[in-house]
Design a protein around this ligand. Structure first.
Ligand SMILES: [Zn+2]
Length: 465
């Protein structure tokens, strides 16, 4: 079968339908949610657009409460799933053309959602349509599952899989080619200082300390308020900034002495790519004479997290060949006099980690330092065996279609594929292409759209035949 030829025969139609889908402003809109449009009218419209397209082309379609839906064809006991989403993140500023105009320039379609995930959704749709139109014999059913809340809270797939069948295996065209087969576990939690009671027993009293708002980001700003005029701290702070090559400033306020540090933000899955402003400010404070409670807080932060994103000082460092190192990002730091301090952590752990053991070691360690673990949430690691039929089949297809070796990728982040029981992320971004998802002037290269369609078509056929 010449899959590329089949795609080219449908090229104009594929581009037009992609543009039509991209023109729908499918942003989460909870303010205007109704029982009939629980995430707003925009995402509902995009979902219905796909379902109508499927109906027209003879797929069995189902709308699951305007949160998700599916298109299905083929027959058999087993079900192959293709997981896509039609919601997009807000467009932001600075676009060259209308972010919902789907303008074509230099062989690219520009629009919010072009690469994430409407372009790939349409590629996968045409892939299904091709296999169906060619009338190739299948022994399994093939189902495209369409979510509308991937960019926010995954309420789409949560709801969908509560009511609908879980595919035997499948893929999500919502990340990178060749194949992402392993993803670390992701846990967010707080370490909360247990009350020492208020104290005014140091030379300086730390009134407040604040840095970062999200678990999964390296904070690029931190500030601390200290009692007094800071005359004994100013010089030392300036030297500290110089020695550590970070920028910052100090000033006198109505409350006292304000210290500010600027760092470099980065994604929480690799904290070493950034400069954590909160950790630097805590390090400075740990060298000063502070009240007892504040001193315990900044000492703790510095001892266990400064220059250590792998949990070594905490005794929980771990690594495996599949997904690499356990990583710890201190995404939030906050301290208030009379209340105490908190650290908000984003911990990404390898697929073979014994989480219970790790947590019990962590709990003991921080307990001895006067801290407790609170607000723990966890998304389990996701891994499909390299020898699995799914991985082997997709590998073969990718190599045949591109002539390149299909390296298996493992990542610290989480892809949509983890909502499938046995699923991998498979495209649409080809190796070497810049990742422009969520950025201004997001685009999909038309040549890549066509290539991905051919790959998905062969993949669907090989998985379902
Ligand atoms: Zn996506």
């Amino acid at each position: 079968m010449d899959w590329n030829k089949e795609v080219l025969a449908r090229k104009e139609e594929l581009i037009k339908d992609t543009q039509r889908l991209l023109k729908i402003k499918s942003l989460l809109d909870e303010e205007n949610a109704t029982p009939d449009a629980p995430l707003g009218e925009g995402v509902k419209e995009a979902l219905q657009f796909m379902l109508k397209l499927g109906e027209k082309d003879g797929f069995v379609t189902k709308n699951v409460d305007n949160l998700a839906g599916h298109l299905e064809f083929g027959q058999g006991e087993e079900l192959i799933g293709i997981l896509c989403h039609v919601d997009v993140v807000p467009e932001g500023d600075g676009w060259t053309s209308d972010p919902f105009g789907a303008e074509i320039r230099d062989g690219k379609i520009f629009a919010r959602g072009a690469i994430d995930d409407k372009g790939p959704t349409m590629a996968a749709y045409y892939a299904m349509k091709m296999v169906k139109e060619l009338g190739l014999p299948l022994n399994k059913r093939v189902r495209m599952i369409i979510g509308t809340d991937e960019e926010s809270n995954w309420r789409c797939v949560d709801h969908y899989f509560k009511h609908e069948e879980m595919p035997t295996c499948g893929f999500a065209p919502d990340a990178d080619f060749p194949i992402i087969y392993a993803e670390k576990g992701i846990a967010d939690y707080d370490l909360v200082q247990q009350g020492l009671g208020s104290s005014n027993d140091g030379k300086n009293v730390l009134l407040s300390f604040e840095s970062g708002r999200r678990y999964n980001m390296v904070p690029d700003y931190a500030k601390a308020n200290i009692s007094g005029d800071g005359s004994d701290l100013a010089g030392a702070f300036e030297r500290f900034l110089n020695e550590n090559e970070v920028t910052g400033k100090h000033s006198n306020t109505a409350e006292g002495f304000l210290l500010e540090v600027e760092g470099v933000s980065a994604h929480g899955m690799e904290p070493d790519k950034g400069k954590n402003a909160g950790l630097f400010l805590a390090k400075f404070l740990s060298g000063q004479e502070l009240d007892r409670q504040a001193s315990a807080y900044v000492q703790f932060v510095t001892t266990y997290f400064q220059q250590d994103s792998r949990g070594k000082a905490l005794g929980i460092a771990y690594s495996d060949d599949i997904t690499g190192d356990l990583t710890m990002n201190v995404g939030k730091l906050s301290y208030k006099k009379d209340v105490g301090g908190t650290l908000g952590l984003n911990m990404r752990y390898p697929v073979t980690t014994n989480l219970d053991e790790t947590l019990s070691r962590l709990k003991d360690k921080v307990f001895n330092e006067g801290f407790a673990i609170e607000n723990f949430t966890d998304s389990k690691p996701h891994h499909v065996d390299e020898q699995d039929f799914l991985v082997q089949t997709l590998k073969k297809v990718y190599e045949e279609q591109t002539g390149e070796k299909a390296e298996l990728l493992s990542i610290g982040g989480g892809t949509y594929a983890r909502s499938l029981k046995s699923g991998v992320a498979f495209g649409p971004l080809f190796p070497g292409r810049p990742d422009i998802a969520h950025q201004k002037d997001e685009y999909m290269i038309i040549e890549d759209l066509l290539k991905a369609t051919a790959i998905y078509a062969q993949a669907i056929y090989e998985l379902a035949k």
